[in-house]
Design a protein around this ligand. Sequence first.
Ligand code: HEC
Ligand code: HEC
Ligand code: HEC
Ligand code: HEC
Ligand code: HEC
Length: 199
Amino acid sequence: MIKKFFDALNQPLGRIGVLITLLVVFSAAVWGIAQTQKPPEQPIQFPHNLHVGVGIQCLYCHSGALRGASPGLPTETKCWGCHQQMAITNTSPLLKPLVQAVENNQPINWIPVAQVPDFVRFVHRPHIAAGLNCEVCHGNVSQMTVYQNPQVLNMGWCLACHRAKTEDNIQNNPGRDPAITAALATKRTKLTDCSLCHY
Ligand code: HEC
Ligand code: HEC
Ligand code: HEC
Ligand code: HEC
Ligand code: HEC
């Protein structure tokens, strides 16, 4: 029985069968991984590229990035401020859910995608004050439609940047100044301490 099976596998058709089985398993795995990386289906296929392209600032829609606890997502009222005056609002199928939300006075339930777990402390303000652009962490949003994370927002990613910013190298300390060396070391201890990010 088993020998017959292996004999069959050795026939050209048998080998093709094995190849097909392997391909199916492999593509299913790739598809499965792609699914976990894919952005969720948002209630509106919001085109970042169009809006950033006409010069609307990130902070106009995500104003909490500087002030609040989190950047926040715009409500239908903010969208409507522009879209009630635009002809395309009544003709575009993409904008139908917005019109419906406004008519029914219902919020748009955006699905969050840029998120760290609750046990992690992350505040935008100090990062932006340190001169980091939104794009450093969120990728080239001006080329995106619906937002997608450019990388996994995990601990290794946070620490890699915190270490890079506190390395005693030519970029951070061009004059090899001992005072700066000491300051960088102190900052590195602070920025890599578990309690900085974990409550
Ligand atoms: C400051 C003004 C402004 C705000 C605020 C604004 N939009 Fe727009 N929106 C535009 C402009 C301009 C276009 C491009 C219209 C065109 O191509 O003719 C556009 C296009 C769109 C389109 C593409 C329509 C199509 O068929 O191509 C969608 C969808 C859209 N907006 C959704 C939204 C949503 C949802 C919000 C709120 C989160 C929003 N917009 C907020 C100005 C705005
Ligand atoms: C006209 C309003 C508007 C502008 C301008 C805008 N965004 Fe957004 N942004 C949205 C909306 C609506 C969503 C939710 C849909 C989505 O995830 O794409 C969103 C989602 C996001 C998210 C994911 C948030 C989450 O967890 O769900 C990030 C990050 C983001 N935007 C960054 C930016 C950056 C950076 C810029 C400037 C380059 C920008 N946005 C400009 C409206 C806007
Ligand atoms: C140092 C990296 C970094 C920079 C710079 C940064 N962000 Fe974020 N952003 C994050 C992380 C990490 C999260 C997830 C935070 C959380 O879950 O609390 C996030 C979450 C967000 C969200 C979704 C959170 C929400 O309120 O729903 C938006 C929107 C956003 N960022 C917009 C921006 C904008 C706009 C800028 C530029 C003004 C910016 N970010 C700059 C790392 C960054
Ligand atoms: C691209 C670089 C970069 C990334 C990515 C980054 N950080 Fe930071 N972070 C900084 C810098 C620079 C500072 C220091 C600001 C200062 O004090 O000069 C900082 C400071 C902090 C602080 C201290 C803020 C304060 O109040 O002094 C916390 C907490 C923090 N980061 C958490 C995180 C977490 C959590 C992540 C990942 C989810 C992260 N950071 C990702 C660059 C980064
Ligand atoms: C700069 C911010 C930062 C620092 C410093 C940091 N962490 Fe984290 N940590 C994170 C983020 C973000 C996550 C959630 C994402 C992930 O699981 O990687 C996390 C997740 C974890 C988890 C859960 C892992 C899991 O698989 O769910 C543990 C445990 C942890 N950290 C322990 C530590 C310890 C111990 C230290 C000190 C040596 C430390 N962390 C320092 C940002 C940080």
